[in-house]
Design a protein around this ligand. Structure first.
Ligand code: NAD
Length: 262
């Protein structure tokens, strides 16, 4: 396992789901953590404190809103000021909205592009100078099977995720000689609040029951017929932070139960 003692990881959208699993995995390897995301303050504090007590590292919460470029830069600066460096940046915050394109609300398109794509640009832009100065860095973007294939009614999400796959490759090439790697991870369906919340809209858009959405829409895409777990995604991210992954860069790593093999 990667030893991340003395390193700092910033994980966007880590008050829930996959992001929280990343934060806990990096903490288990010794990294200090900046968690980020929305939620009930008492719940966020509980997760933050649990990271500190479970893994004997430091953890702080940045309330940066991923739609606000200045707040994203402040989040990176907060990590650097608090711990002296930001060595690992995981761009993970994301939202979903499901609707036929002709009814797709314009503000939902703008929010998805901002949170799921542009926030990664702003975070990377702010973190790369420090990584270059120290000669080490790991940038991991949570993409999705939807960075490789599309599904109907998810125009903004699929566009943002295809975009992040391109951003990943571009950044990897730019920082390749600085011992900084940049990769994206593309999960299939992971049972998190993001997936649970889209079920009612998918029921409406496709005229299906909840059971039908789970089995005929979500798991239909996954040959294994099982959800991916957040912990499996986090374990892959942790591997990317180790020395064994130093030559893995610019890739899009699928963890999707065979979805994109079809
Ligand atoms: P989730 O809803 O459990 O977590 C999303 C996180 O993003 C939360 O911490 C939330 O507070 C945060 N967030 C949302 N808007 C924000 C904003 N404006 N500013 C700051 N933080 C914000 O979802 P998840 O399933 O864990 O998704 C995490 C990432 O994984 C997303 O990028 C998602 O697209 C991707 N993904 C998820 C799945 C899946 O099946 N769950 C599959 C592929 C990819």
């Amino acid at each position: 396992m990667a030893n991340l003692t003395g390193k700092t990881a910033v994980v966007t959208g880590s008050t829930s789901g996959i992001g929280l699993a990343y934060a806990r995995a990096f903490a288990s390897a010794g990294a200090n953590i900046v968690i980020n995301g929305m939620g009930v303050p008492a719940d966020i504090e509980k997760e933050r404190a649990a990271i500190e007590s479970d893994f004997k590292v430091k953890a702080i919460h940045s309330p940066a809103d991923m739609t606000k470029p200045a707040e994203i830069a402040e989040m990176i600066a907060l990590g650097e000021k608090t711990y002296g460096s930001v060595d690992i940046l995981v761009n993970n915050a994301g939202i979903q909205f499901v609707s036929p394109i002709e009814e797709f609300p314009i503000e939902k398109w703008d929010a998805i592009i901002a949170i799921n794509l542009s926030s990664a640009f702003h975070g990377i832009r702010a973190a790369v100078p420090g990584m270059k100065k120290r000669g080490w860095g790991r940038i991991i973007n949570t993409a999705s099977a939807h960075s490789l294939v599309a599904s109907p009614f998810k125009s903004a999400y699929v566009s943002a995720k295809h975009g992040i796959a391109g951003l990943t490759k571009t950044v990897a090439l730019e920082v390749a000689t600085h011992k900084i790697t940049c990769n994206c991870i593309s999960p299939g369906y992971v049972w998190t609040p993001l997936v649970e919340k889209q079920i009612p809209d998918t029921m409406k858009a496709r005229g299906l029951t909840k059971e039908q959405v789970i089995h005929d829409v979500l798991l239909a895409a996954q040959p294994t017929k099982e959800f991916v777990t957040s912990e499996q995604v986090a374990a892959l991210a942790l591997f990317l932070c180790g020395d064994d992954a130093a030559q893995i860069t610019g890739t899009n790593l699928s963890i999707d139960g065979g979805w994109t093999a079809e």
